[in-house]
Design a protein. Sequence first.
Length: 105
Amino acid sequence: MSDSWHKRLRYFCEYCGAEVGKDARICPRCGRFFSSVKCPRCGHTGKVEDFSFGCPACGCALRPNDAPEPIKRAPVPASPVPTWAYLLALLVLVALVALLVRVLS
């Protein structure tokens, strides 16, 4: 394969699917750190140099118009505020109202 083929290979973040430079260590979109390349077809991981002409295990090479689908991850739900926090806020509010009533009378 020619050097022009090597220059056309594309690399993508396995977490969010964003295109990254071949020597990137941090994804510019999601900020995840990666120290190796992972083949989107077979899952083989290795150094960037090992993937100079595609995956050394299965031969997969993404051409300029190929892009893997980003991995669908379930959204992490925001942790609900615990009940005790609501009760504490209500208690503080009641104490402030009682103090205000005492001061004003």
